[in-house]
Structures are given as structure tokens and as C-alpha cells.
Design a protein around this ligand. Structure first.
Ligand code: CO8
Length: 260
């Protein structure tokens, strides 16, 4: 796939999507958000991809937010359309059947923090910085940040970050559960690939079902959510992967999943 503002690469069954506007610290403009939406629509249809890594080009920034230069002259209708465009693109990432890992290599501010939060989980380099600085610009997050942040770090911590606009470093992000792991900058992508590789080695249909249960279940009350889990669990028994996975365990050998 060829893009102006993204780099799309694959390593075996892992896709790596790199946000690529390093001169603007990878700020998200409309064209970039449209490309991101397009890229993830294609990945959703490509079952040879088992997991995706999202990262930013350059050493300094994951994504330093929505493009302030582009946004600065928006009228109300344009602002609403931009917010909806980013929300749609990030929802597509969140709802992608395959897992998505954010490899946060520097600033993840505003729309950048929101992009990282739309991924399934985040690992960060030690120099990563997170924040929702929108109030310093006289606005609020518009790509889901007011909703995903409290779901990840709790209402009180989200309130502090949203109202002050303060940035936090990778250690604090780890402490509050915004990221799963902090690694040296030079090993970030290798670490992300290692985790993605372990995911890719599991039963692909089971991983997709686990993500569906996790994601869809969080939008349901507990009774409905566990009923949904039971349906997904049962449907696993209609797959060749279940037969292979359990036979391999009993025969003390490594399973060879086919995603069928
Ligand atoms: N938009 C556009 N350009 C940017 C952005 C951005 N978000 N961030 C950095 N840049 C540009 C700078 O303008 C600069 O360009 P130039 O070289 O042409 O002057 C270049 O990137 C390098 O940046 P700096 O020189 O500022 O680098 P520093 O190392 O001094 O500072 C910072 C790095 C701290 C990251 C600083 O650039 C900064 O504060 N950036 C803005 C961060 C921010 O406020 N982000 C939130 C934006 S709002 C948002 O994301 C809302 C999302 C939802 C919107 C939907 C509603 C419509």
C-alpha cells in the first residue's frame, strides 16, 4: 500500500504502520487521517496479517497531536467534521479484528495520545511523553480522549490530565496503567515485534475472538457480556484450530494453526 503520510510495511504476518510527517512531529492532518482509515480498512480484510504495530517516524515523536496549523482556521462545521473523521479512523483501529500495539517512541500528545489509546495496548520508549494538552489551546480532545482516557486510567487521573493539560513521562504512564511496558528507545520496535510475533503464533481465530470478547464485552452489561463470551467460546469448537491446538497439547507437540 502506498501513502503520502504513512509507511506501511510487513514482517511476516505483522504489519507496521508508521505515521510519517516527522517535520511536524507526525501531527495528524485530514489527509493523514483519511490514509489511516484506508490502511486499517485494508488490514481488516487481510487475514494474512495477525497483528499490527503503530509507531511514529523519527526519534522524537509518536504523534504530537492533531495538526494545529490546519485546525487553527476551522469554523464550527469543519471542527465537527474533523473530530468525526478522527473518531471514525480511531474506531476502525479499535474495532480491527486483529490486535493493534502502539509502540510509542516519543511525544504522544493530544490526538497522538488518543491514537495510542485506540490501540489494544501500548509499549513505550523511556523518552515517551503523554498528555492531553488541548485545554492549553482553548479546546478539548476531539478524537475520543475524554472517553478512552478514564476507561484506561480511572476518572480521577483522567480528570487531572484533561484539566491541567500536563505531560507525563513514561514511568508515570506505566504507573497509572496507560502503558504496559517501558523499554530503551533502541529496542522499542524489536520489543513490539516480539510481542506481536507471540500473538501471531497463537490460534488466529482465537485471538480475533479474544479481542471481540474484550472489546464488545466492555460495551455490554456483565450478564450480556458473559453470554457473548460463551457464544464466542463455543464457536471456537467449530474450528480446525481448536482440534489442532488441543490435539497438539495432548500429543506434547507444538500446534500448527491454520486460521481455519
Ligand atoms: N500540529 C502542527 N505542527 C506541530 C504540532 C502539531 N500538533 N506539534 C509540533 N508541530 C511542529 C512545530 O510547529 C514545528 O514546526 P516548525 O519546525 O515548522 O516550526 C515542528 O513540529 C517541531 O516542533 P517544535 O519546534 O515545537 O519542537 P519542540 O521540541 O520545541 O516541542 C512539543 C515539542 C512539546 C511536542 C511541541 O511541538 C508542542 O507542544 N506541540 C503541540 C502539542 C499539542 O498541543 N498537541 C495537541 C494538539 S490538539 C489535538 O490533538 C486535538 C485532537 C482532537 C481535535 C479534534 C477537534 C476538531
Amino acid at each position: 500500500m502506498d501513502f503520502q503520510h504513512l509507511i506501511y510495511e510487513t514482517a511476516g504476518s505483522i504489519a507496521i504502520v508508521t505515521i510519517n510527517r516527522p517535520k511536524a512531529l507526525n501531527a495528524l492532518n485530514r489527509a493523514l487521517l483519511l490514509e489511516l482509515d484506508q490502511a486499517f480498512a485494508a488490514i481488516a480484510d487481510n487475514r494474512s496479517i495477525a497483528a499490527v504495530i503503530v509507531t511514529g517516524a523519527g526519534e522524537k515523536s509518536f504523534v504530537a497531536g492533531a495538526d494545529i496549523a490546519e485546525m487553527s482556521a476551522f469554523d464550527l462545521a469543519e471542527a465537527r467534521a474533523f473530530s468525526r473523521l478522527g473518531q471514525r479512523a480511531f474506531q476502525r483501529i479499535e474495532e480491527l479484528p486483529q490486535p493493534v500495539i502502539a509502540a510509542v517512541n516519543g511525544f504522544a500528545l493530544g490526538g497522538g495520545c488518543e491514537l495510542a489509546m485506540a490501540c489494544d495496548f501500548r509499549i513505550a520508549s523511556v523518552n515517551a511523553r503523554f498528555g492531553q494538552p488541548e485545554v492549553t489551546l482553548g479546546v478539548i480532545p476531539g478524537f475520543g480522549g475524554t472517553q478512552r482516557l478514564p476507561r484506561l486510567v480511572g476518572q480521577g487521573m483522567a480528570a487531572q490530565l484533561l484539566y491541567t493539560g500536563d505531560m507525563i513521562g513514561s514511568d508515570e504512564a506505566l504507573r497509572i496503567g496507560l502503558v504496559n511496558k517501558v523499554v530503551p528507545a533502541e529496542s522499542l520496535i524489536e520489543e513490539a515485534k516480539a510481542i506481536a510475533g507471540r500473538i501471531a503464533g497463537r490460534g488466529p481465530l482465537a485471538v480475533i475472538a479474544a479481542k471481540a470478547a474484550l472489546r464488545e464485552g466492555s460495551n455490554l452489561d456483565l450478564n450480556r457480556a458473559i453470554a457473548y463470551e460463551a457464544e464466542l467460546f463455543a464457536s471456537g469448537f467449530a474450528t480446525a484450530d481448536q482440534k489442532e491446538g488441543m490435539a497438539a497439547f495432548l500429543q506434547k507437540r507444538k500446534a500448527e494453526f491454520k486460521g481455519e
